[in-house]
Design a protein. Sequence first.
Length: 229
Amino acid sequence: MIRLRIAICDDYYQDLEALGTILSYHNKLTIDAFLSPQALLAAVEKGIRFDLMFLDIQMPEIDGFELAKRIKEIDAKTQIIFVTVSDKYVYDAYGLAWKYIKKPHNREEIDKHILTAMDLFTKQTLKVATSDGLVVLQIDEIIYIEVCHNISTIHTCHETVETRQPLASIEHQIKHPHFAKPFKGYIVNLNFIKKRVGQNAIMKNDAVIPISRGNRDEFLAALSAYIVE
């Protein structure tokens, strides 16, 4: 199971400590606590990435909503849970937060959200080693993967990542029914196929992927099964 990095931010020390104590029962978490939104924002601006954040809403100078907006501008993939003493902010949280929970902290509720997050990240991420270090990609954002001269290039909705990790190793990590192999050295996400023209699959980013004679029947069967789902 993947290890999640979590940030908690609350200007009230007792609440920060209480939430940290609950989270500490999970041994698959790395937890960073911040007593001010400025400190958390500075960490994110330095390039520290968090999978999940618990943000208090009512904080001085920068409230939780403004903090979430700034963080999302830097790292849109970070999931956010707002914590507050009042229900009146719940509609303001729409579009910014993954979840919204009330104080005082309820361990059962928090445990449920942590387990859901672990399941989400475990099922939907691909970890690859690159020249810049380990990169974690969202599987459902991968358009296709191709190999050339022992370099696997992963094309996603937002970026292109190169790795020397073999395609077989990447394929083993994905293990997803919506991925299929049209040609040697290619894996495509069936969700991103726009159309098929002759012996080619046209992807939604306009990439043209060849369909080999040897892979044709198996690939088209996978595509047909996906379409009728």
